[in-house]
Design a protein around this ligand. Structure first.
Ligand code: 13P
Length: 251
């Protein structure tokens, strides 16, 4: 008699997300989808594809993506369900129109809009309260990296960001700030190493952890070949159907 051992280690989810930042009107978003959706025909089913779009595009994309395999994401969520918070958006508002993911604590929010680890933690809780999966962004500046502070900075971000957060409904993105929008990608092996450090801080080691920062068609295969990297968060290269399609369909 032969006995077979089943490998019971859970497989981590792969999440490929585009972050459109402050790009694309509704008309431009529809033009993008016309080019992009047909490229997903042969995309392996185990890859979650997400588009995190400006608020004004959400309602229309919720309809346009219906029946497709692309999940809808937003780029921010407030910690209160409603209130006098001019310019903000709440969990119930996003949830009502079919949003599934929301980016929280992106370095551009931290840098330009005063986001702190304390408000990031509040926003993460609000996202989870309304059934959204937050994509928490962490990462160091060039100065912090040069000073040898990468690990300590990220550990300290996670310590505050993740207080009382359900690690069963969470994605983390490691986005070194010096690699964002610069074309200066972090070496895949180095991104893999830092993501390993992040994973060691987690109670749930199966949280999908993405890399973000100048992800392009010409470096996606090497990035996704790294054992610790479970996906990517893509800015510029998610704006063109052909380049985002090549990323989603990495080899
Ligand atoms: P780029 O891919 O344009 O470098 O942007 C990365 C990013 O900030 C994704 O959230």
């Amino acid at each position: 008699m032969y006995s077979f051992e089943l490998d019971e280690s859970p497989v981590r989810k792969i999440v490929i997300a585009g972050n459109w930042k402050m790009f694309k009107t509704q008309a431009e978003s529809q033009e993008f989808l016309q080019g992009f959706l047909p490229t997903l025909e042969d995309t392996p089913q185990d890859r979650e594809v997400v588009l995190c779009v400006p608020f004004t595009d959400l309602n229309l994309l919720s309809k346009s993506l219906h029946g497709s395999r692309v999940q809808l994401g937003a780029q921010n969520v407030h910690w209160e369900d409603s209130g006098a918070y001019t310019g903000e958006i709440s969990g119930p508002m996003l949830q009502e129109i079919g949003v599934r993911y929301v980016i929280v604590g992106h370095s551009e929010r931290r840098q330009y809009f005063g986001e702190t680890d304390e408000t990031v933690n509040l926003r993460l809780k609000a996202a989870q309260r309304h059934g959204l999966t937050p994509i928490l962004c962490v990462g160091e500046t060039k100065q912090q990296r040069d000073a040898g502070e990468t690990e300590s900075l990220i550990i300290s971000q996670l310590e505050t960001d993740l207080v009382n957060i359900d690690q069963g409904n969470l994605v983390i993105a490691y986005e070194p700030i010096w690699a964002i929008g610069t074309g200066d990608t972090c070496e895949a092996s180095e991104a893999n190493r830092v993501i390993g450090v992040i994973r060691k801080q987690l109670k749930n080691p199966d949280v999908p952890i993405q890399y973000g920062g100048s992800v392009k068609p010409n470096n996606i295969d090497e990035i996704m070949a790294q054992p610790e990297i479970d996906g990517v968060l893509v800015g510029g290269a998610s704006l063109e159907p052909a380049s985002f399609a090549r990323i989603v369909n990495y080899k």
